[in-house]
Write a protein that binds this ligand. Sequence first.
Ligand SMILES: Cc1cc2nc3c(=O)[nH]c(=O)nc-3n(C[C@H](O)[C@H](O)[C@H](O)COP(=O)(O)O)c2cc1C
Length: 204
Amino acid sequence: MNVLIVSSSANGDASVSNRLAERFVDSLDPGARIVRRDVGANPLPHLTAETVAAIKGEPATAAELEARALSDRLVGELQAADVIVIASPMYNFGMSSTLKSWFDHVARAGLTFRYTADGPEGLLKGKRTVVIESRAGFYGEGGTPHMDGQEPHLRALLGFVGLDDVAYITAEKLAFGPEAAEASIEAAARELNEIAARALLLAA
Ligand SMILES: Cc1cc2nc3c(=O)[nH]c(=O)nc-3n(C[C@H](O)[C@H](O)[C@H](O)COP(=O)(O)O)c2cc1C
């Protein structure tokens, strides 16, 4: 089993989403092959005229070839994964720009999606995805759901590339005092454990 962990917090070891992702990894079978792509610690370059040309068209210059090779590597990690874990902190009501940049590199026509006469078709099939969201506020019922630009965007992007078996686990109210934060983090950890158990991914 290949597991790709895409983490995107700027907060390193102190990050809630990173810590939850690591707890999920700990609950997996030790035989699982874990690949880590930490775009929070090692951000990908934003797209430029040159890299858009390289990723969407035919690369010609050395810089374009390098950009294409990076995108190919990131897409290859996704294609090889049976399970994809995306650790997503909320920054300014959306995903972090580092995670958005990762999507900009992996949304590739012909590789991860294609357009057909019936509309777009996602090409990443038969994979399980777990999204771990962490945020200070509360965007569920009774909170401010209209300000959640994170999960709807993630749902659109993951669906677009064909990732349709997705569990969304959210640690929120992280700024509502230590008790609320702890309760939310532990509830998220329990849900992750259950997912690992349900999907028979649990360590023996
Ligand atoms: C730059 C920045 C922007 C943030 N914006 C929001 C926000 O819009 N809404 C929110 O609920 N929390 C916001 N937060 C709080 C984070 O979502 C919270 O600290 C969360 O734990 C981050 O995930 P991490 O611990 O995995 O890094 C922000 C934090 C930072 C550093």
